[in-house]
Design a protein around this ligand. Structure first.
Ligand code: SAH
Length: 460
């Protein structure tokens, strides 16, 4: 077939007027110009805008918002002064109500388009009463810009550090820690890292906050073990930051984007902080995974618990269990819970957390869920009344879903951070005997594009 070079209706740098008719999964507005799709970051569904075309691909292009001709009722002035330069938030140009409506729509669209599930009820998103200052962990790169020490966030799609005084979605304690560490590094002349030359010392400041306990930890990620004037640094931070209970050093000498290196040392205080979700206590080390929004985690897992409908007699499998957050939540109401997780350190944390809470009817197994659970089923005849899955963005492996289908638990509770793979996996289960009863999105990450859902499926 001869290739005909299609004539596109727009070219780069052209100004266009557009109706925004959709919104992409990163929050960008989507419009059509003479049937050609343009993505316009910062534009909102329902708006009429003027934009300048910045990139033209064969099937779609990108444009920069120049003027809002007719604003959406959901348009808001972004409260953060560096919103347009920082890559952290994506939806501050929308009211919170608008963000929640947008997130629900993303789920509805994914279920219909990918899962062919037009009739499933998607409940209104459970948002936060106070959707700011919710994050309990901040990981801030440090560097030099024009000779000045900066600590902040990377600009979108670059490694240019945007210096920042405070972040509207971080816990105030984290801002305080980052600010005071930065000043101490300057005053004590402790060198900061330069990513280009791989020279210098301090690469990242990581602050962790126990939301309910008020305990905080700071981790200095360094390009080498020796920190000059380290005693002065430690005593100054102890004196200046009242809530600090732990000062940690992590050494990362590799040329890499990965934040942490292999070796961790306690410079002062405890090596862990504590927090709670509901009434379950968690012990958190420098490297531990822990949900970043503890308030909404309680809402999400409360919903998962409700969907599990436990009476105390059930055997429950919690696949992709991480540090056992859901497992421990469920264990209180179930006969027995088995958690499966691939990261060894997370399994260690999970066991430690079970012990910390005196929860004994739970076991944790290390390995890939799609290998461990089929093996338990086939070789040891394990059955579950309820299976909970909380997979990473790529969703569940088919081998796991097939085993669930063979095992025939009464209920499957699917916690998902990606509506597309959720929709795909729901379709798989729908075709094999399960019915999707209800999808409850929960806003775990206000002002960012992330959408989290918990879904109940029952055996048909
Ligand atoms: N429910 C957990 C977090 C789940 S996040 C909590 O609240 O703590 C997804 C988890 O899946 C991560 O911990 C990740 O390490 C794990 N994971 C990724 N691939 C996996 C696999 N194939 N098998 C088991 N666990 C996996």
């Amino acid at each position: 077939m001869a290739k005909v070079k299609a004539q596109l209706p727009v070219e780069k740098n052209q100004y266009v007027e557009l109706d925004i008719t959709g919104q992409g999964h990163e929050g960008e507005g989507v419009g059509r110009y003479q049937d050609y799709t343009l993505f316009v970051p910062g534009a909102i569904r329902g708006e009429r805008i003027r934009a300048k075309v910045t990139k033209v691909n064969k099937n779609y292009g990108f444009a920069r918002l120049v003027e809002v001709l007719q604003a959406s009722e959901f348009r808001a002035e972004p409260p953060c002064p560096i919103y347009h330069r920082c890559g952290g938030c994506n939806l501050q140009h929308m009211t919170y109500e608008g963000q929640l409506a947008h997130k629900r729509q993303l789920v509805v669209d994914a279920l219909a388009r990918i899962g062919k599930l037009e009739d499933v009820e998607v409940l209104p998103v459970l948002g936060m009463d106070e959707p700011w200052k919710y994050r309990n962990k901040s990981q801030v790169p440090v560097g030099l810009v024009n000779g000045k020490v900066v600590a902040g966030f990377y600009a979108p799609r670059t490694h240019e550090i945007i210096d920042m005084e405070g972040c509207l979605i971080q816990h105030p304690y984290s801002d305080e820690i980052v600010g005071k560490v930065k000043r101490a590094l300057v005053d004590l002349g402790i060198p900061v890292y330069d990513e280009v030359s791989h020279q210098g010392l301090v690469r990242h400041i990581v602050a962790r906050v126990g939301y309910h306990t008020g305990e905080t930890m700071v981790v200095l990620v360094t390009n080498g073990r020796k920190i000059p004037r380290v005693e002065e640094l430690v005593s100054r931070l102890r004196m200046e930051i009242g809530h600090l209970v732990s000062i940690i050093q992590n050494v990362n000498t590799a040329v890499t984007n990965v934040i942490f290196g292999p070796d961790t040392y306690t410079l002062w205080g405890k090596d862990r902080i504590e927090d709670r979700i509901g009434d379950v206590r968690f012990s958190i080390s420098a490297r531990s995974f822990f949900q970043v929004n503890p308030v909404q985690t309680e809402v999400l897992y409360g919903k998962a618990l409700e969907y599990a409908q436990l009476t105390g007699k059930e055997t429950v499998i919690d696949a992709y269990c991480g540090i056992g957050t859901i497992s421990l939540f469920l264990a209180r109401k179930a006969k027995h819970v088995v958690g499966v997780e691939v990261v060894e350190a997370a399994i260690e944390d999970a066991k430690r957390n079970a012990e910390l809470n005196g929860i004994e009817n739970v076991g944790f197994l290390e390995g890939e869920a799609e290998k461990v659970i089929p093996r338990l089923y086939e070789e040891r005849g394990l059955r579950a009344d309820v299976v909970v899955v909380d997979p990473p963005r790529k969703g569940c492996d088919e081998a796991l879903l097939s085993t669930i289908v063979d095992m025939r638990p009464e209920r499957v509770v699917y916690v998902s951070c990606n509506p597309s793979t959720l929709a795909r996996d729901l379709r798989f289960l729908e075709d094999r005997g399960y019915k999707t009863q209800e999808v409850q999105p929960v806003d775990m990450f206000p002002h960012t594009y992330h959408v989290e859902c918990v879904t109940l499926l029952t055996l048909k």
